[in-house]
Design a protein around this ligand. Structure first.
Ligand SMILES: *[C@@H]1O[C@H](CO)[C@@H](O)[C@H](O)[C@H]1NC(C)=O
Ligand SMILES: *[C@@H]1O[C@H](CO)[C@@H](O)[C@H](O)[C@H]1NC(C)=O
Ligand SMILES: *[C@@H]1O[C@H](CO)[C@@H](O)[C@H](O)[C@H]1NC(C)=O
Ligand SMILES: *[C@@H]1O[C@H](CO)[C@@H](O)[C@H](O)[C@H]1NC(C)=O
Ligand SMILES: *[C@@H]1O[C@H](CO)[C@@H](O)[C@H](O)[C@H]1NC(C)=O
Ligand SMILES: *[C@@H]1O[C@H](CO)[C@@H](O)[C@H](O)[C@H]1NC(C)=O
Ligand SMILES: *[C@@H]1O[C@H](CO)[C@@H](O)[C@H](O)[C@H]1NC(C)=O
Ligand SMILES: *[C@@H]1O[C@H](CO)[C@@H](O)[C@H](O)[C@H]1NC(C)=O
Ligand SMILES: *[C@@H]1O[C@H](CO)[C@@H](O)[C@H](O)[C@H]1NC(C)=O
Ligand SMILES: *[C@@H]1O[C@H](CO)[C@@H](O)[C@H](O)[C@H]1NC(C)=O
Ligand SMILES: *[C@@H]1O[C@H](CO)[C@@H](O)[C@H](O)[C@H]1NC(C)=O
Ligand SMILES: *[C@@H]1O[C@H](CO)[C@@H](O)[C@H](O)[C@H]1NC(C)=O
Length: 848
């Protein structure tokens, strides 16, 4: 019976492959268990479809920890930003963009935490995309110190997908090397300023600049236990992935590096007089004297398996439970309370003072260290003490009695010390749920086929459940029920694999051998409406009416959250018209068969925006869908409306207000199948500098759309180019109006592959070729530079060889005045409906 239904489930997986909808978890059709209520815990949150599809459910006898657990899933949802097809999702630190963020609003400081947290979502897309943005894409991994490589490896222990990781081995080694510039080979340690390991106003800054100033904020270059522990962990991640890839030389090289680095950490940064790992300030310190004063960063090494012997761990750990050490009501503190520079408050004119304030980023590291120390069995810490810390963290993560996370919290007062409106809300710079799952509930991710659970729960806990956890392609449920009365499914610990009980035993620990998972690799859909560049680039968003505080661009900026503030929406609030239209214009006609609308409603919050009464969707061929099933619309959630496939230059969504209220969208998405072969069009690439225009000699895109305006700083960044890996020929079609050759740099996955010379073509289209090396999986290929005085243009490129075939064929020309769209293939909209006429006219106005 069981075997039969298993095969039926697999069959249904195959049938779904071509859905044009937001990406669903690969294992969405695996049936798990249903012990817990899957609705009530998330009933106060928006985006419930995402939550229901993605989160593991828990049931524990501590409602403080449990409430924060569900809240944190709703908060991580706000930080998924869809960037551009091919690059996909990144995770943001702040809900709104910030100036010092790097490409696409990424910041690497807490990426390790973000990857750890998102690895437990059922959809792999979020971490798959985010990891590649750093390894191969535009992400910057030298802005802040990080343990991204370590997180990548540990994440593969959750997905069970070692191929994804071994494909990136060379990239991991390259990223590791980016940090050579701050490795001191004499001392054998890395150094950096505390500011750029996300710890400004740290103790070293106060020691060298007690009177304040920039040096106090940045801190001097310092050999720090956290930074060196991150690098040891990154080194060991490379060792593990190299072993999986069968690259024993790399494994041996990095094993040696890790051992030397760890020894240097013990030699220089362990202070036997303070019984703690401490900082060593670099300048003017030839004797490498250790700083007097314990900082929370001295606890971080343990989580990476460093110092887990009684000699180090059992003495340090005592400080965490000492009120003169790090223990406060809303702690732990970032600096020990007894230190002369410790303050329980902070100035209001700057966010971040890590000489006392409680900092979720550091608390998350500390919790992982506590779990590792507990499991080492080498100290006197108890499960009750571990839960005391997790509970303290949950208590901290509240505001006005409701779960909430901002930037920093006063260690002894019930208030956030860095929490600014429209900025700090739901700050994503830490883990919480990863700690509940791997610490408290004891899931120990492994690369082999053993599922292991070893919870850290106090003696008096008589039950817990962790339901439908995605692990190695399976859904796993663990229930512990001391007397069998809570879940009515036997006593002790039971483990369910894809809905079937596979283990029962007394005690709370288990190891279960997993069968190979049968998940089907679905092609992950891409959203071609996403525009990370802002107004003025494609896709464009315009509307017949927009409330003054809103913006049509907010509907395609890739951020998706439904709050009033922080705000992220288009609405027609106060429009004089009973209906309004939001239109998205693509750079070139696209084949689409659905539109996904994240409908905003603030009625329940006392606002006047609600889901529409009816929706009409139009494309170049006229009406595509007329939807009048308003009562079935999901509010503050995604709704996907499908229609027959059509080729269209735009999507117009005409929404009719319900009586007395208005309509709003938090996001408009158009999900389609990803491109798996060329040609790849330059107009679809991420453009930094150049713009899209049309050229009536161009024939690759149906409307003659090309990229033009290449300057020395221009970047045309293609992404999502699938390849089995190896050498390939890149063929670029372009037009160069001048006589002189123009050179553009070509980078593949962050590595320069040389320059391509684009000779003059007198404005016609020609092509140029060069050999490149592609990685296995998705590639990022950028064309960099060009010229401002020669008219040249890149259209597209094409790969020959081991790589997918092709690329772009349509070019563009510089400096051309655009006065017409649709010179080939685009029908004249004005002849069919007035609506299209209107919008096409608006396009002219935008371009002139
Ligand atoms: C799951 O099954 C349902 C019903 O057969 C189908 O509509 C859906 O597309 C499937 N989803 C996936 C991701 O396989
Ligand atoms: C990364 O950030 C650092 C610090 O802001 C900067 O110096 C460096 O140029 C950036 N690198 C890239 C590739 O953007
Ligand atoms: C790498 O090491 C493993 C384990 O020591 C061994 O089984 C394997 O044969 C080695 N591979 C190569 C290519 O040397
Ligand atoms: C370094 O140590 C030497 C030998 O103990 C000592 O003479 C010297 O004063 C120390 N230098 C500093 C800057 O502390
Ligand atoms: C516990 O300490 C002993 C030495 O006292 C050491 O051999 C062992 O590896 C430690 N356990 C862990 C998990 O590190
Ligand atoms: C750890 O330290 C505590 C307090 O000093 C001591 O009682 C205990 O025996 C130590 N445990 C181990 C395993 O060394
Ligand atoms: C919030 O910040 C965003 C992005 O900076 C801005 O567009 C918006 O107007 C701000 N909203 C409020 C209410 O200040
Ligand atoms: C377990 O015992 C601790 C300490 O007495 C108490 O605070 C906690 O509420 C108890 N938990 C349960 C689930 O009984
Ligand atoms: C225990 O739970 C499983 C999975 O939901 C179910 O199939 C089984 O019937 C339950 N057993 C009992 C005794 O309720
Ligand atoms: C669990 O303990 C109970 C009572 O001590 C015993 O009857 C039962 O056989 C045990 N079950 C298992 C699976 O060991
Ligand atoms: C309102 O809907 C009508 C009927 O579809 C349409 O003709 C008109 O252009 C729409 N008005 C706006 C402002 O979108
Ligand atoms: C585009 O133009 C080139 C050169 O004029 C021609 O060879 C090619 O066949 C054209 N392609 C299409 C799809 O019309």
């Amino acid at each position: 019976m069981h075997v039969l239904s298993w095969f039926l489930r697999i069959n249904s997986l195959f049938s779904a492959v071509l859905a044009q909808a937001p990406p669903q978890p690969e294992n969405i059709n695996i049936t798990g268990t249903n012990f817990l209520d899957h609705d009530s815990p998330i009933s106060n949150f928006w985006g419930q479809t995402f939550l229901k599809n993605n989160i593991p459910y828990i049931d524990i006898p501590n409602s403080n920890i449990q409430d924060v657990y569900y809240y944190r899933w709703s908060s991580i949802q706000r930080h998924h930003r869809y960037t551009i097809a091919g690059t996909g999702y990144i995770l943001t630190e702040f809900v709104q963009p910030v100036g010092y963020a790097q490409a696409l609003n990424t910041i690497d400081a807490a990426a390790g935490h973000q990857i750890d947290e998102a690895r437990w979502l059922r959809s792999k897309i979020y971490d798959d995309d985010y990891v590649l943005a750093y390894l191969r894409g535009p992400g910057n991994t030298t802005q802040y110190t990080h343990w991204i490589l370590d997180a990548i490896f540990r994440r593969s222990q959750v997905t069970g997908d070692s191929q994804y990781t071994t494909e990136q081995l060379a990239d991991m080694v390259r990223l590791f090397g980016y940090w050579d510039f701050v490795f001191d080979s004499d001392v054998g340690l890395y150094y950096f300023t505390p500011n750029f390991d996300a710890q400004e106003y740290s103790l070293p800054g106060y020691i060298v600049a007690p009177d304040g100033g920039q040096l106090q904020l940045d801190g001097p270059n310092t050999y720090r236990p956290n930074v060196n522990a991150y690098m040891i962990a990154n080194t060991r991640a490379i060792v593990q992935v190299a072993m999986q890839a069968g690259d024993n030389d790399t494994a041996a090289t990095f094993t040696e590096k890790a051992e030397k680095l760890e020894q240097s950490l013990y030699d220089h940064l362990w202070d036997p007089s303070q019984n703690f790992f401490v900082d060593v300030i670099m300048p003017n310190n030839p004797n490498l004297s250790r700083v007097m004063g314990r900082e929370e960063v001295g606890i971080f090494p343990y989580r990476f398996g460093i110092g887990l012997t009684p000699e180090y761990a059992n003495v340090s750990i005592q400080e965490l439970f000492d009120p003169d050490g790090f223990l406060t009501t809303y702690g732990p503190t970032t600096l020990e309370v007894r230190n002369q520079y410790y303050t329980a408050t902070k100035p209001s004119d700057y966010c971040c003072f890590w000489q006392g304030q409680s900092w979720p980023f550091s608390t998350a590291h500390t919790l992982k260290s506590l779990a590792a120390i507990y499991r080492s069995g080498n100290t006197s810490i108890t499960a009750h003490q571990y839960v005391q810390y997790l509970d303290m963290y949950a208590t901290t993560q509240h505001k006005n009695g409701t779960p909430y996370v901002a930037e920093s919290h006063y260690p002894s007062m019930d208030a956030w010390s860095a929490d600014s409106t429209n900025h700090s809300e739901h700050y994503d710079h830490s883990t919480n749920n990863d700690d509940v799952i791997t610490g408290l509930l004891g899931i120990i991710p492994r690369s082999d086929d053993i599922f292991e659970i070893d919870p850290i729960i106090p003696q008096n806990w008589t039950y817990f459940a962790l339901e439908n956890l995605a692990y190695h392609g399976h859904l796993i449920t663990c229930i512990y029920d001391q007397d069998g009365t809570r879940y009515n499914n036997g006593t002790g610990l039971s483990v369910f694999l894809d809905g079937f009980k596979v283990y029962n035993g007394n005690g709370t620990k288990a190891q279960v051998t997993l069968p190979t998972a049968s998940t089907v690799a679905l092609p992950v859909t891409v959203n071609i409406a996403g525009n990370p560049n802002g107004l003025g680039s494609y896709p464009q968003a315009i509307a017949t009416y927009t409330y003054s505080a809103d913006n049509p661009y907010k509907a395609i900026d890739g951020y998706l959250f439904y709050d009033s503030i922080p705000d992220n929406r288009w609405t027609n609030y106060q429009s004089p018209s009973p209906n309004d239209t939001l239109q998205i214009i693509f750079a070139r006609p696209r084949n689409i068969s659905s539109v996904t609308l994240a409908l905003y409603s603030d009625l329940a919050r006392g606002g006047a925006v609600d889901v529409p009464a009816t929706i009409e969707i139009y494309g170049s061929d006229g009406l595509l869908a007329n939807i009048n099933t308003s009562s079935s619309f999901l509010t503050n959630d995604r709704n996907t409306f499908s229609f027959a496939q059509t080729e269209t230059l735009f999507v117009s969504v005409n929404m009719f207000n319900k009586p007395g209220v208005y309509v709003g969208l938090c996001e408009l998405e158009v999900w389609t199948q990803p491109q798996t072969a060329g040609p790849y069009y330059a107009v679809d690439a991420l453009l930094t500098g150049p713009s899209v225009s049309t050229d009536n000699k161009a024939n690759a895109t149906a409307n003659g759309a090309v990229v033009s305006g290449l300057t020395d700083e221009a970047v045309v960044a293609f992404s999502g180019i699938q390849s089995p890996g190896g050498s390939a020929t890149l063929l670029l079609t372009y037009a160069n109006e001048g006589d002189a050759a123009v050179r553009v740099g070509v980078t593949v996955n962050q590595v320069s592959q040389g320059q391509l010379s684009l000779s003059g073509t007198s404005g016609d289209f020609g092509s140029a070729a060069m050999d490149v090396t592609l990685g296995a999986g998705k590639n990022f290929i950028s064309l960099i530079g060009g010229t401002s005085d020669v008219k040249a243009g890149v259209a597209a490129s094409k790969f020959i060889g081991k790589a997918p075939h092709v690329i772009a064929e349509r070019p563009f020309v510089f400096g051309e005045t655009v006065n017409q769209w649709g010179n080939s293939g685009i029908k004249d909209a004005s002849r069919t409906t007035p609506r299209r006429h209107l919008f096409l006219k608006m396009i002219f106005m935008l371009k002139e």
